[in-house]
Design a protein around this ligand. Structure first.
Ligand SMILES: Cc1ncc(COP(=O)(O)O)c(C=O)c1O
Length: 349
């Protein structure tokens, strides 16, 4: 498959900006109009007056090591949200190309496409929230450049069948983007292992969920080196700031913390599932492989409002296809979940 042919012609031709810090990082640095007299504040005793490494060598190597791939397979972004936007920008020609999304799903795919003036074709997931391969084929055309698969899917919580994704990679002429933001909660094999087999597969990961680092904004793509090289060309020169890099590098040494927080989340997810099934206004709790539960209730809007009045904020997903009267509840701490359950049981009275 000729991945390069899928890249927008202007991006193929692009002569990227060459940042000063790409060439030199030591010496008497008078090349980047930084402040030689130091920074207004320090972080952990470090000056912050120099621009960070534009190619994030250390961070990309560390992430590559974590997943047993090469640094050339890793692109880091300001959250996976930045990666989603950049993938659209390098592959999709505005007002000409399209992306396919499998709804109901994470809303950013559609918004990012809309911002870039890219047509969004929606293929509905089946009633079990699985891929409908024939429908994806019908929904795609010669101008479809990206197909977004979210697994485990937000907001339904389930994993998409692995074989369906692999089959899609094999038959489509587009790039298949598998967003694995929640995969750590699923205790399943990642699609990363299939990267060497499918050059059109891109896997997205984030430090915002299992690693508990939503505030630092770090997400990444694992992909064929050619795709990574075009993402690197098109990104803002210093997209990842030094503080984020430093904290991410520290965090990546704390796999033990992730294991613990995933175990606690899964234990609470199971308890919440059982308890929610006993609540009268709950009609169905959907099985989840993520850190949230999708719950079908009698009146989502009313429930959302009444919970908010008690300071418990959940997400009403009722406006999404196939999700009438569904709310999404993130798994909280045992105490937070108790408060939620108490409030829900009061409504039953
Ligand atoms: C499926 C999915 N992908 C990506 C993200 C965003 O990740 P990040 O914080 O890395 O931008 C979210 C956030 O909720 C999500 O649900």
């Amino acid at each position: 498959m000729d991945i390069e042919a899928l890249i927008r012609p202007n991006i193929r031709r692009l002569k990227p900006y060459r940042s000063a810090r790409q060439d030199y990082t030591s010496g008497i640095l008078l090349d980047a109009n930084e402040n030689a007299f130091g920074s207004a504040v320090m972080f952990d005793g470090l000056e912050l007056n120099r621009y960070p490494d534009p190619s994030q060598k250390q961070l990309r190597s560390r992430i590559a090591q974590l997943h047993n791939v090469q640094p050339e397979n890793i692109f880091v972004g300001v959250g996976s949200d930045e990666v989603i936007d950049l993938l659209i920008r390098i592959f999709c020609e505005p007002r000409l190309d399209s992306v396919v999304i499998l709804e109901p799903t994470y809303g950013v795919y559609r918004v990012a496409a809309d911002v870039n003036d890219i047509t969004v074709n929606s293929s509905l997931l089946t009633d079990e929230f699985q891929i409908d391969p024939d429908d994806v084929q019908r929904t795609s055309d010669a101008n479809t450049k990206l197909i977004f698969c979210c697994s485990p899917n937000n907001p339904t919580g389930n994993l998409l069948r692995r074989q369906d994704i692999l089959d899609l990679c094999a038959v489509t002429q587009a790039i298949v983007v598998v967003d694995e933001a929640y995969v750590d909660f699923a205790q399943t094999e990642s699609l990363i292992g299939a990267l060497s087999q499918f050059p059109n597969l891109v896997v997205l990961r984030t430090l915002s969920k299992a690693w508990g680092l939503a505030a630092i904004r770090l997400g990444y793509a694992l992909a064929h080196p050619l795709i990574v090289s075009y993402l690197m060309k098109a990104k803002a020169p210093y997209n990842i700031n030094a503080l984020t890099s430093m904290e991410a590098l520290k965090a990546l040494e704390r796999a033990d913390h992730v294991q613990q927080s995933v175990a606690s989340t899964i234990a609470e997810r199971k308890r919440l599932f059982r308890e929610l099934e006993r609540v009268a206004c709950v009609q169905r709790v959907f099985p989840s492989d993520a850190n949230f539960l999708l719950v079908h209730v009698t009146d989502a809007r009313a429930l959302h409002q009444r919970l908010a009045q008690r300071g418990v904020i959940v997400r009403d997903r009722s406006s999404e296809p196939k999700l009438a009267n569904c709310i999404r509840i993130s798994v909280g701490t045992p105490g937070q979940n108790d408060t939620l359950l108490t409030a829900l049981k009061e409504f039953d009275k």
